[in-house]
Design a protein around this ligand. Structure first.
Ligand code: PLP
Length: 358
């Protein structure tokens, strides 16, 4: 068996990597595409889940970060900087330390999931909490990168989009063609843009016969692309997509128009419902933002937009262990209390409703 070598080596011929590029990889990419019969029963479509939580730091950001950090070092950078709702900071911190440089990460104070904060700190990033939201943090990161010797690794950096497009290549390789529909969470819309680019390149290279319709979803309290205007105080439990002024807004509109795509808004209640379906019926544990792909599929199927038998791929962007508190609540917000019994077999059998065979 040969080990998966990370996206820069696996797709070297389709990325701007040369012998001069110092490849900084943690083995990202090559994530599973998992059939989801529970979602097929509900929608009549053929459904696969692209589980990006299986990347080294637990989100798709690693695909972009291997490229962004490698290119930054190729260009002589000693430090990278990013604004983050959490996953970008975790990924930047890990790849920077692996590449032997420094990462500075700006996050909105008190609004980042504990698992992500812990990752950035564990990997030794210079972590600074900003009294503001993600959009404020991104503005500061951009200004710092313009005025100081630090290299910006947010998705406004095209290297990030380049690395992330490899996920579309993997989908096409596994299915043998592009799907009819691709469902994806949208925050800054970098990943929506990246998949569209990947699918477009596959089509041009003859690896596939069609472009999927790209269906992106934002949370209702944070849906600037859907409503067409900047959201000053974006609000949703899905912290990874709590973004009021998406950096790749215009690219995303172009991608939507090119693919006969769609942007929709989903309530937090529907996101949590989809989160529950994914974990309890498919066996895939994601963070809330990721579940919006599932909620989006269910909503569009209900709207009658998804013909029976269509192939649908759903990107689920981040691992459930990053933000596990939502699993410990019922849908109406009560705490889930695991049962406690004495350390006796009969007591456990009683709770499980097991009877002694006669
Ligand atoms: C970053 C992120 C998103 C949003 O991706 P964009 O490229 O900003 O649209 C969605 N889900 C998770 C888990 C993320 O980390």
């Amino acid at each position: 068996m040969t080990q998966w070598r990370g996206v820069l080596r696996e797709y070297a011929d389709r990325l701007d990597v040369t012998d001069a590029t110092p490849i900084v990889t943690l083995g990202e990419g090559g994530t599973p595409l998992i059939p989801a019969p529970a979602l097929e029963r509900r929608t009549g479509a053929k459904v696969w889940v692209k589980f990006e939580g299986m990347n080294p730091t637990g989100s798709f950001k690693d695909r972009g970060m291997t490229m962004a950090v490698s290119k930054a070092i190729e260009h002589g950078a000693k430090a990278v900087i990013c604004a983050s709702t959490g996953n970008t900071s975790a990924s930047a911190a890990a790849y920077a330390i692996h590449g032997g440089i420094t990462a500075a990460v700006l996050v909105p104070e008190g609004r980042i999931a504990l698992g992500k904060l812990a990752q950035a700190i564990a990997h030794g990033a210079e972590l600074i909490q900003i009294r503001g939201n993600f959009d404020d943090a991104l503005e500061i990161a951009r200004e710092l990168a313009e005025g100081y010797p630090v290299h910006l690794v947010n998705s406004v950096n095209n290297d990030r989009i380049e690395g992330q497009k490899t996920a579309a290549f993997e989908v096409v390789e596994v299915l043998g063609d592009a799907p009819d529909f691709h469902f994806i969470p949208v925050g800054n819309a970098g990943n929506y843009t990246a998949y569209t680019r990947g699918y477009r390149e596959d089509l041009a290279a003859g690896a596939s016969t069609r472009m999927p319709r790209m269906f992106g979803f934002q949370a209702e309290g944070s849906a600037p692309i859907v409503t067409g205007s900047v959201v000053k105080d974006p609000d949703t439990i899905a912290s990874a997509i709590r973004i009021g002024n998406p950096a790749s807004w215009h690219l995303a509109i172009e991608a939507r128009d090119e693919t006969d795509g769609y942007f929709g808004a989903i309530s937090d209640a529907k996101i949590l419902e989809a989160h529950r379906i994914l974990s309890s019926e498919v066996g895939v544990f994601v963070e809330p933002a990721s579940a919006i792909s599932v909620a989006g599929l269910l909503e569009r199927a209900e709207a009658g937009v998804i013909p029976a038998g269509s192939t649908c791929v759903l990107t689920v962007t981040g691992h459930g262990l990053k933000d596990p508190q939502w699993a410990l609540k019922t849908l109406d917000g009560a705490d889930v209390q695991p049962t406690v019994v004495d350390a006796e077999t009969s007591a456990v059998a009683g709770v499980l409703g097991l009877a002694v065979p006669v």
